[in-house]
Each structure stands twice: as C-alpha cells, then as structure tokens.
Design a protein around this ligand. Structure first.
Ligand code: FES
Length: 233
C-alpha cells in the first residue's frame, strides 16, 4: 500500500481547500503517479479531478506538483515518491478544481509571442527548406510541450506574472527567433525588448531544473537577451 496526500478544492462547495489522504493498492495499480490518480478516481473517489490525455509525456496536460517539484504525473514513478507523498496543482495559478489549474493567462502570454512562421517571401512550390545545421538550431526548444512546469516554478513570474512572459513563452519566442525560415526577427525582438516581458528573468533557473523534457529555458532567455544587445549595439 502507498499513501498520497492530495490537494482538494471544489469551487461549488463554498469551503476552504483541504488535503485528502488516499491509500493505493500498489498490486492493483500501474507504476506511475498518473496511474495512482486514475486508480483513486476509478475505485475510491470519482470526483477527484485532474487533466491527462496522452499518458506518455507528450501532451503536457498532467503537469502538477509532486513532493514539492513540478513534473508530469505520467512520467513520475510512484516508487520515486517520498514516504509522505504529496500531490498539489501547479503553483501560482488560479485553481479550477482539485489538481486542475487555470492556464488561460499562460496561453494568452504564449499567443503574444506569435508562435507561428512569419514570412513575406512567396511560398515556394514545395516546403521552405532548411539545411541540417539550420534545423539543428531548433533542438532544445521545439520539444517544449507547454506543460508550464517551468513558468509555475518561476519566482519572477510569481511576482510579475501579469507582465513578465515567463520561461515557457520565452523559450517558444526563442524557438521562432532561431528559425532560419522566419523573417520577423526584428519585430519579434521589438515585442520582447521590455523591462518586464523579457528582463524580469533574473536567471534563478528553477525553470531549467524543473523541465520534465530536459530543456533549458534559462539559456534560451539568455540567448534572446544577447540578440537584443547585438541588434542594438
Ligand atoms: S498525460 Fe500527456 S504529458 Fe502526461
């Protein structure tokens, strides 16, 4: 058996959030924390609410805080949890219910960086080509699954999340700045060159420590700052 302390909040119950403790039968449950949550929902409490879809670390929807660390519930082994395992929703976000945060603001910030190709040159007959070297510039940024473990774990975003874009959106901003096919580098840098949007990053690097895909948003943000300096010098 294994016990989990899980954050519960029901906006319709008109009472404060609480912690519920559930005992999981490990012989009857899959190996991942997400399996444990599904086990609880199916066998003990159908009201337990959480997001999940792919169950293999590619959709980003099961991001939550486990034992104090943001990660994906579908890629965290139950055996790696502490004896007094805790599961909370991602921090610093409004909570819709139980383990489901409201990510509306984070996706609005993502939209602000215009995460699509900007190109004025006529569309070629086939695709817009890149050399293998140009394509390799996207490694380390295109893999982001927008789980927002990084942004939720960023103290600068806790304090200035209304204006600081946060590591997830800035990593994606870098992804388009680094794309040889994109023709809007100047406009993209204009949007980012702002005391808050970009420069509220103080290289605390919680983002890089917590990324479940092993990416380095802190380095991408530093690269954007370098691009701004080189452009303006
Ligand atoms: S369910 Fe898709 S990342 Fe976990």
């Amino acid at each position: 058996m294994k016990a989990f302390d899980i954050y519960r909040y029901d906006p319709e119950a008109e009472r404060n959030p609480r912690i519920d403790t559930f005992e999981i039968d490990l012989d009857d449950c899959g190996p991942m924390v997400l399996d444990a949550l599904i086990w609880i929902k199916n066998k003990v409490d159908p009201a337990l609410t959480f997001r999940r879809s792919c169950r293999e670390g590619v959709c980003g929807s099961c991001a939550m805080n486990m034992d104090g660390t943001n990660w994906l519930a579908c890629t965290r082994f139950i055996s790696d949890m502490s004896p007094s395992a805790t599961i909370f929703p991602l921090a610093n976000l409004p909570i819709i219910k139980d383990l489901v945060p409201d990510t509306t603001h984070l996706f609005a910030q993502y939209e602000m960086i215009e995460p699509w190709l900007h190109a004025e040159t006529p569309v070629p007959e086939k695709e817009r080509l890149q050399s293998p070297e140009e394509r390799s510039q996207l490694d380390g940024s295109y893999e982001c699954i927008l789980c927002f473990c990084c942004t939720s774990g960023c103290p600068s975003h806790w304090w200035n999340g209304d204006r600081f874009l946060g590591p997830a959106a800035l990593l994606q901003a870098y992804r388009w700045l680094a794309d040889s096919r994109d023709e809007a580098k100047e406009e993209r840098l204009d949007t980012l060159e702002d005391p808050f949007r970009l420069y509220r990053c103080h290289t605390i690097l919680n983002c890089t420590r917590t990324c479940p895909k092993g990416l380095n948003p802190g380095k991408a943000i530093a690269e954007i700052k370098k691009m701004v300096i080189e452009r303006d010098s």
